[in-house]
Each structure stands twice: as C-alpha cells, then as structure tokens.
Write a protein that binds this ligand. Structure first.
Ligand SMILES: Cc1cc2nc3c(=O)[nH]c(=O)nc-3n(C[C@H](O)[C@H](O)[C@H](O)COP(=O)(O)OP(=O)(O)OC[C@H]3O[C@@H](n4cnc5c(N)ncnc54)[C@H](O)[C@@H]3O)c2cc1C
Length: 382
C-alpha cells in the first residue's frame, strides 16, 4: 500500500503553492477589507488552471481527477477561504452536477466555459424552508410544451451575485416527494430569474451569497440534467459527495497553514524569559493539531483516490467532511489561543481564518447531517 502522491501530483502541489504565495496571498487583506475578489484575480486563477484541475480533458480540464482536485484545493486554502469558495461553488458543485448529470451534448455545451472560468457557476439547492432536509424543496417545475416553468426561491446561494450559470433543483412532481426533483441549467439572463442582494456574513468576505427568486421562469427542456424528471435529487446527492471532499481538503490546507503560523509564533514569542513553545501546555495544542491534520489528510486522499477508482464514497466523504471541518474548528481555536491577544487582532490573518473556519461545519451538510449520512450507511442492509 503506497500512500505517497505521484510525481505529477507533487508537481501540481508545488505549482499551486507557488501561485498562491506569489499571486493570491498579496491580495488577502484587500479582499477581506473590500469584501470583494477582483475579477482579474479570478481570471488569473483560471489562467493557472485552478478551475479545470479535476475535469476531463475533453471538456477543457487537466484530467487530474478528484485526488488532483483535492491536492489543488489544499494549497488554495492557504489564502482567503473566499477564493476557494468561488471555485468550490462554480466547479466543485455547479460544474460537477453538470459533469455527473449531463449528457455528452450538455457536458460539451456548458463545461468548457466553467472549466476556463469564462463563466462562473452556482449550485442552487437550499431554500428558506429546506436546508438540511433538501429533499423537501418547494420550488416547482411545470412542464409546458418544450419548456419547464419554474416558480419558487432559493437561499444562501454561493456566487449568485456573480454567477453566469446556475444549476437549479426544482420539483416536477411534488406528489412524489424528492423522487420528483429535476435539475436544470439556467442562464443568469433568463427572464423571471431575480438575484437578491448579497448576504452579510460573519466571514468568507469576498465570496458572495444571495437569494434567488423564480417568477414563471421558462427553461427549455434540453436544459434538464439526467434525462428524466426525478433524476435531480440523486444528482444533487452525488454532487455533494464530491463537494464535501473538496471542503474537507480545504479544511486540511487551512489548518496546516494555521499550524505553521502557530509553530512559528511559539518559537518566536518569549514570556517568562523563554519561548512560549517550551511550555507543555502550548506543545500539546501543536501536537494535537498536527496529529488531527495528518489523520484528516489521509481520510481525504483515501476517499478521493477511491472515487477516482470508481468506488462509491458517500460514507467516506461524509466522514472526511465531518472530521476535517471539526478539526479545522479546533485548530483555528488553538491558533488564536497560541497567538494570545495578537490572535484576536485584525492586524494578523489568524482572526479572519478563525471566522472563516466556522462555516465549514454548516454548509454542504452540517456536522449533524454528516453523522446522519454515516449512521444510515452503517444501519442499511447491504
Ligand atoms: C455561506 C453559506 C453558503 C452557502 N452556499 C450554498 C450554496 O451554494 N448552495 C446551496 O444550495 N446551499 C448553500 N448554503 C446552504 C447550506 O448548505 C445550509 O445552510 C445548510 O445545509 C444547513 O441548512 P439550514 O441553514 O437550513 O439549517 P437547518 O437545516 O435549519 O438546521 C439547523 C440546525 O438543525 C440541525 N439539524 C437539522 N436536521 C437535523 C437532524 N436530522 N439531526 C440532527 N440535527 C439536525 C442542523 O445540523 C443545524 O444545527 C450555504 C449556506 C451558507 C451559510
């Protein structure tokens, strides 16, 4: 059993690390303060191949698969979490849903623009009354000739204020419950689509979320994914399996950077005439963080490699998301603690990372929902 990365993936890791340090890190403060990611920076990320790493070459991707995507995301996580968030929503969710649910014509029609970030994507599943219980969504899709007419609303949709393309889930047969849900690819300029104002958030500044409103929004039937009504919810869930892995990879990279900063601070900051890192109380925080990061990284790489080999990874993706994001919460808390008063000051990026970390335990399924997924896998008759 060989757990080391291939030469190509080590090269990818180094390239993305260099790009993040040279081109993204200098903008960290500006993104946070302006609550805005300049479009030119998104274009630079696209130029570095960041949006296409995990996709097949036939749609313009680099063919590194899920493991390559996770290796890339881990390094991207060393800058603002909001940068990763734009990528995760656009290709990790919207692009993946099209890749999984689209036929060849749809894949070739929509994916190249997302993979090159010529267009930004968004994934619209959650609704005001359907969050954890996404299968109970109330947006309806009524067939009318060659079109569907959608009515309803979505909430907390990442990238909505900047997106060109949305994957929207709506129920074409409400009497059948989640079995009636269909998925549609919708352009931003579709009449009847209204995007609400950007939400004000605790963190993730620079990444935007907003509500969507559909008022008799007409969508051609050739924009329905999966070949039939009722395929929408399986596509949503399979997409989330993959999205959760990306989120777990982000947590590993963000925690690794916090640990490195904490080690440096523990060596450099002296109290009582010696570095604070000579105290066992500080050492244990560092040791616990390093141990948990190592475990989380192995979980992510293992699940991603299995997915690339064609295995079903629903349980493993939920475990990786649960463990890695809870781990990030603990590591971010220790990092603030080790930095003392400075850890609470906006002068350092640590307090931002602490706020940014909080969302990871909530979106793409809360920690409680990951446990529901893991437990139902354990209890199901196989
Ligand atoms: C910044 C941000 C970005 C987001 N981006 C997107 C996006 O791009 N696309 C999208 O579709 N959605 C997005 N979301 C929505 C996100 O996925 C939901 O917020 C999340 O799934 C939780 O749903 P909820 O907020 O309705 O909470 P609720 O479902 O109301 O849950 C509230 C609490 O109850 C708990 N709970 C619920 N059911 C159970 C249960 N069965 N057992 C135990 N506990 C339970 C939850 O764990 C949570 O603690 C985003 C949210 C945020 C905040």
């Amino acid at each position: 059993m060989d757990l080391s990365l291939s030469e190509e993936l080590v090269m990818l890791q180094r390239t993305i690390r260099g790009f993040v340090e040279e081109r993204l890190s200098p903008h960290e403060r500006e993104i946070e303060d302006r609550d805005l990611i300049p479009r030119a920076l998104i274009d630079e990320m696209a130029g570095a191949g960041i949006f296409g790493v995990g996709f097949a070459e036939d749609v313009g991707g680099q063919g590194f698969g899920k493991l390559g995507y996770c290796v890339m995301v881990e390094q991207l996580a060393r800058a603002n979490a909001s940068l990763w968030n734009v990528v995760g929503a656009s290709v990790g969710l919207c692009g993946t849903a099209i890749d999984l649910g689209g036929d060849e014509a749809q894949r070739r029609r929509f994916l190249p623009d997302l993979v090159s970030a010529k267009k930004i994507g968004a994934y619209a599943l959650s609704e005001p009354a359907a969050g954890s219980d996404a299968g109970s969504l109330r947006t309806v899709a009524k067939r009318d000739g060659d079109d569907y007419v959608l009515g309803g609303s979505k909430t907390f949709i990442t990238n909505a204020p900047i997106a060109d393309l949305f994957v929207v889930f709506a129920n074409a047969d409400p009497a059948s419950g989640s079995k009636g849900i269909a998925a549609f690819v919708v352009d931003r300029d579709t009449p009847g689509l209204e995007v609400g104002p950007s939400d004000e958030k605790m963190g993730l500044h620079g990444s935007t979320t907003a509500q969507l409103f559909f008022g008799d929004m007409r969508v051609p039937a050739d924009r329905r994914l999966g070949g039939s009504d009722g395929r929408g919810f399986p596509i949503a869930l399979a997409t989330l399996d993959r999205g959760r892995l990306g989120l777990a990879a982000h947590a590993v990279g963000a925690a690794q950077r916090l640990l490195e900063a904490s080690v440096a601070y523990a060596k450099g900051r002296a109290q009582f005439g010696r570095p604070i890192g000579t105290n066992q109380g500080v050492q244990w925080m560092l040791a616990d963080a390093a141990t948990e990061i190592h475990a989380a990284r192995l979980m992510v790489y293992d699940a991603a490699a299995r997915l690339d080999r064609g295995e079903r990874i629903t349980d493993r993706a939920a475990m990786a998301k649960l463990f890695a994001t809870e781990m990030l919460g603990r590591v971010a808390d220790s990092a603030v603690q080790i930095h003392g008063g400075m850890g609470y000051m906006r002068e350092l990026w640590i307090e931002r990372a602490y706020r940014d970390a909080r969302i990871a335990r909530i979106y793409e399924g809360t920690s409680e929902i990951q446990r529901v997924v893991i437990a139902s896998g354990l209890l199901e008759d196989r």
